[in-house]
Design a protein around this ligand. Structure first.
Ligand SMILES: Nc1ncnc2c1ncn2[C@@H]1O[C@H](COP(=O)(O)OP(=O)(O)OP(=O)(O)O)[C@@H](O)[C@H]1O
Ligand SMILES: [Mg+2]
Length: 584
């Protein structure tokens, strides 16, 4: 942090540059003004700055550039394109190197959508350029007030983002040249719409435990708190790959550099299930690893959400994944500490909760002027120290999100992935499964856990056959439905249609009154059914294999497991070695 003496007028949150002796300019933000002193947060190492060095103030707030060419980019928290920076200065970043966020030389194929003489307001589409699989809308600058008239519009053709593509005229005769790029201050929500809609459309992530038990909706918010190493990052990456949205923005905030490098290597190689092309074409990665300056970390989540809002403005569905918001909160704590503010719980600033709420509130579903809708869904990972969900960041997040997907150490230790705890988690949204039925499944899991706890004390012998069956049923549902093998092509991603079908089948088993004679029989039958369902999970949808296993399952359900039981008894009488039930 730097304190500067100012002569001119400076505004809170405006951008300033600190000049270092070697002619480098370090980007900074005014975070407090005290009389003729301004406290600046420098987004770089302050080493080398000396008393008496010059500071230049600007009247702009910390902003991002918006325009075609954002998709597929990897930015740092201040929107420096990292691949280009690396080309210029090598892999070790040098303070003071800021590059333009968008490629200014690339030509885009512009098709005008408005004609001269038309009256327009902020957000209206002036033309489109193809960007990946989308039509990128070139919009009337989003911060513009009042009505403007299109005075001139460029004919279709190839243009750079800095070329003038239109001239607008205000009511009082002021003319404004418009290019394909515009800028927006990151800390101000970007939302030019006629209505904010209640988010109701389920967002299918293809992860069964989320979609069926703790659903997320487009335009909604959720958080994934979990102790270290419980699988938050893996879960975020799975959702980024499979979630049914147009654009994914990943904000890797304070994560280990190695993990981010893995992601950067992996993403371009991943195939987008929708297009068959690289997944990176519809992804933007914002990374501010633990090795990069802390101050810029605070900016990185705002940069990410602003880019998400920009694409929502084009009528697209965007998913923003922030990993992890705890590290973002720690950056806030650090800055607050330097400002010597009165600390709140665990030294976090007193405004922590309102900042967290402010961030998640930027999610939402909006209706645009022309009737289209767009959404930003925010999923944030939270990493509470020691897995203690009582700490301020988790608590602050809980109050504002619509779904809570808590990971548990016990489940990840038992390698029950995804390690979302079905007893702790909740969602306020309605997904693809009838809420009454999903509540029924959750209730069974809860009862199964009660029996399990009881068995830990009194042993298996101390339980009745009925209670024991409840426990076996909950284990069955857990292992065939809630757990999912992320590395398998079929089991790793289950689409909505299949989930509804398999869930209904599971429910048939859960509702069945098996009338077991003893625990031995109960165990044998439930294990056999579990095996069948597990194999079923690996069979691709509606293939012959899928249908074959389905008919075996139906047969078992019809006979309460007994036919097969009898069949196998006969089998084992003939050859005792074939005791093992049917898993191939
Ligand atoms: N769905 C999964 N399937 C298989 N293995 C998994 C799964 N999820 C997590 N793991 C295992 O757990 C390890 C830790 O996961 P991950 O890095 O996502 O944890 P994390 O919660 O992000 O940790 P941290 O808090 O340290 O960032 C992974 O390297 C992987 O081996
Ligand atoms: Mg992680």
């Amino acid at each position: 942090m730097v304190t500067a003496a100012v002569e001119e007028v400076v505004t809170q949150n405006s951008v300033a540059y600190c000049h270092r002796g070697d002619d480098q300019r370090l980007l900074s933000e005014v975070i407090r003004v005290r009389g003729d002193l301004a406290d600046l947060q420098v987004f770089e190492e302050t080493r080398g700055l000396k008393i008496g060095d010059r500071v230049d103030f600007t009247s702009e707030m910390l902003s991002v550039f918006l325009g075609p060419g954002l998709l597929g980019q990897v930015y740092d928290g201040l929107q420096n394109p990292l691949h280009d920076v690396a080309d210029q200065v090598g892999y070790f970043l040098v303070p003071g190197v800021y590059l333009h966020a968008l490629d200014t030389e690339k030509k885009w194929d512009f098709t005008p959508a408005a004609e001269a003489g038309r009256t327009v307001t902020a957000g209206d589409v002036l033309g489109t350029v193809p960007e990946g699989i989308f039509d990128h809308h070139i919009m009337v600058p989003l911060g513009l007030r009042g009505e403007w008239t299109v005075e001139k519009i460029a004919p279709g053709g190839a243009y750079c983002v800095t070329d003038e593509i239109a001239v607008l005229l205000s009511e009082d005769g002021q003319s404004l040249p418009v290019t394909m790029q515009q800028s927006w201050p990151v800390k101000i929500p970007l939302n030019v719409s006629v209505a904010r809609l209640l988010p109701t459309e389920p967002l299918v992530t293809k992860i069964r435990i989320i979609d069926s038990l703790f659903p997320v909706v487009r335009g909604g918010t959720y958080c994934i708190p979990g102790p270290f190493g419980s699988g938050k990052t893996v879960l975020q990456q799975l959702t980024s790959r499979h979630a049914d949205v147009d654009i994914v923005i990943v904000a890797a905030c304070g994560e280990r550099a190695g993990e981010v490098v893995d992601m950067l290597h992996e993403f371009p190689l991943l195939e987008d299930p929708r297009t068959g092309r690289s997944l990176m074409e519809r992804t933007i990665i914002i990374c501010n690893t633990s090795a990069m300056p802390v101050a810029a970390r605070e900016a990185s989540v705002y940069t990410a959400v602003t880019l998400a809002e920009y694409y929502r403005q084009m009528g697209l569905n965007v998913l923003l994944l922030a990993d992890s918001t705890s590290r973002w909160a720690q950056a806030m704590r650090e800055v607050s500490g330097r400002l010597e503010e009165i600390p709140g719980d665990q030294a976090f600033p007193a405004y922590l909760e309102s900042r967290i709420a402010g961030f998640y509130e930027r999610a939402g579903c909006i209706r645009l002027k022309d009737g289209r809708t767009g959404s930003v869904t925010i999923g944030g990972a939270v990493s509470p120290a020691g897995g203690n969900f009582e700490e301020p960041v988790t608590q602050g997040t809980l109050k504002v999100v619509g779904a809570f997907l808590g990971l548990s150490r016990a489940r990840s230790d038992a390698r029950r992935y995804p390690a979302i705890d079905p007893l702790d988690s909740w969602s306020k949204y309605t997904g693809i499964i009838d809420p009454i039925e999903s509540a029924e499944a959750r209730d069974l899991l809860r009862r199964g856990n009660e029996v399990y706890q009881m068995m830990a004390v009194v042993g298996e012998e101390g339980t009745t056959v009925d209670d024991f069956t409840v426990y076996l049923k909950s284990e069955f549902f857990d292992s065939v439905y809630l757990q999912q093998n992320a590395f398998d092509k079929v089991d790793g991603a289950t689409d909505g249609e299949r989930q509804k079908f398999v869930f209904a089948k599971c429910l048939e088993v859960l509702r069945l009154d098996f009338e077991f004679e003893d625990r031995q029989q109960a165990r044998r039958v439930m294990f056999a059914v579990t095996d069948l369902f597990r194999n079923w999970n690996y069979a691709a949808w509606e293939t012959d294999e899928f249908k074959k296993i389905l008919s075996q399952i139906d047969e078992r359900i019809a006979s309460k497991g007994r036919t097969a039981e009898r069949g196998r008894r006969q089998e084992s009488e003939q050859s005792p070695d074939e005791e093992k039930p049917g898993r191939k």
